[in-house]
Write a new protein. Structure first.
Length: 403
């Protein structure tokens, strides 16, 4: 499968100019691009909107079953992407068919029962606590001191964790998601924390997500529930943190949103939606595996080949975005939450949106004259082809007293 012109899925351009990089990939290779993962492992990156729709809409031909992968013999035990592309992981991500549908229903039901007023209350309380810790200083980094701390605090509370568990979960998640040397240790910490929580809730159920999952009568094992909780926390925290950071960056650097910094609320939703189209937190997702030889976007895809879902590339596909400069408005036909059987469950999307919107609104309410403290073009991104988020967002504002 390896082609001589395969593109390494690494390097600084994923940080500095991903939009141009995806355009060049599409120009040079078409809608389906041969790429190389860490250790020169070959895969396909699907950048075409229609092709991505086809892949995510056909779970039989393009399966989520990672056992199909034709590269396992080349994967070392310490491969840094193993937490993201695992083998025989009993989680919802790798379950297929009817069992996946039952599992998705269990997760959706557990999240759907979250009271929206309670959710917003938790988000406001934790957001206010984080602002209290920085508001007297007159300057802050809204990524490290705010966005990276908020979603996991709210989600941990919904799941049933104590507030003290939050910081350790943040550290573990970040290590795991960045796919570097701390990835496997982060995964181990997360698994241990979830296993302890599940054991506690089996003895003493409460009104939380974990207890509702344990009460489901579909017969899932404790290990399966632990794995699903890890997926839910990882998928719920980091992209939501980046959604907050990317939206605040847009509002602080784009004149179209300047008025909203002085009390307008409508443009918070507009900025958040524009980020999902133009600067989506989840850029690329692994993945799907071809169940048999097939053709996609003019490429000969072999049985067992790995296909990576190029969500940002598809969102900016000129075949569907004929005027790339045109604002997307209320259009939410983007791929930022995925598509098909394995898309982000709708209740989970709602939870993420409430956390992100509340987080942004609390910043604007509490720090009304906030401004960027560095030139906009000096802001940098984390070195990941998977998730696109800022390394920092330094701001300044008039010091205000804590609540």
């Amino acid at each position: 499968m390896t082609t001589p012109d395969a593109v390494p899925l690494s390097g600084s351009r994923f940080q500095t100019e991903p939009a141009r990089l995806y355009r060049e990939m599409r120009r040079d290779h078409g809608a389906v691009v041969p790429v190389l993962l860490d250790g020169d492992i070959p895969a396909w990156l699907v950048l075409g909107y229609r092709e991505l729709h086809q892949v995510t809409g056909d779970p039989v031909l393009f399966s989520r079953d990672s056992d199909l992968w034709n590269q396992w013999e080349n994967i070392p035990d310490d491969w840094p992407l193993l937490p993201m592309i695992g083998r025989k992981q009993p989680s919802i991500l790798y379950t297929v068919g009817e069992r996946h549908r039952q599992r998705a229903a269990m997760v959706s039901n557990a999240l759907e029962a979250v009271d929206p007023f309670e959710l917003r209350g938790h988000a406001e309380r934790f957001a206010d606590e984080l602002i209290d810790a920085l508001c007297t200083a007159g300057e802050a980094d809204l990524i490290a001191q705010y966005a990276m701390l908020l979603p996991v605090r709210v989600l941990a509370r919904l799941y049933g964790f104590s507030d003290e568990d939050g910081p350790g979960l943040v550290t573990a998640l970040n290590g795991m998601i960045d796919g570097r040397e701390r990835a496997l240790a982060g995964q181990a910490h997360l698994a241990g924390s979830m296993a302890r929580l599940v054991a506690e809730r089996k003895k003493e159920p409460a009104d939380d997500v974990v207890s509702r999952m344990l009460a489901d009568d579909s017969g899932f094992s404790d290990e399966e529930i632990v794995q699903d909780l890890m997926v839910m926390l990882a998928a719920g925290h980091q992209p939501t943190a980046d959604w907050i950071g990317n939206s605040l960056r847009l509002m602080l650097t784009d004149d179209r949103f300047a008025a909203s910094l002085f009390g307008g609320r409508n443009s918070v939703a507009e900025a958040m939606n524009e980020v999902l189209w133009e600067d989506t937190p989840t850029q690329n997702v692994a993945g799907r595996w071809a169940a048999r030889d097939t053709r996609l976007g003019g490429r000969a895809v072999r049985a067992g080949d790995l296909l990576l879902l190029g969500l940002q590339g598809a969102n900016s596909d000129p075949q569907v975005r004929t005027d790339a400069s045109e604002l997307t408005g209320g259009n939410n036909a983007h791929f930022s939450f995925g598509h098909g059987d394995h898309r982000c469950p709708f209740p989970a999307q709602e939870v993420a949106e409430v956390i992100a919107r509340t987080g942004i609104e609390v910043v604007l309410d509490r720090l009304p004259d906030i401004d960027l403290a560095v030139p906009a073009d000096s802001l940098t991104r984390r070195p990941s082809p998977w998730l696109r988020g800022l390394t920092g967002l330094p701001v300044r504002f008039s010091p205000v007293p804590a609540h």
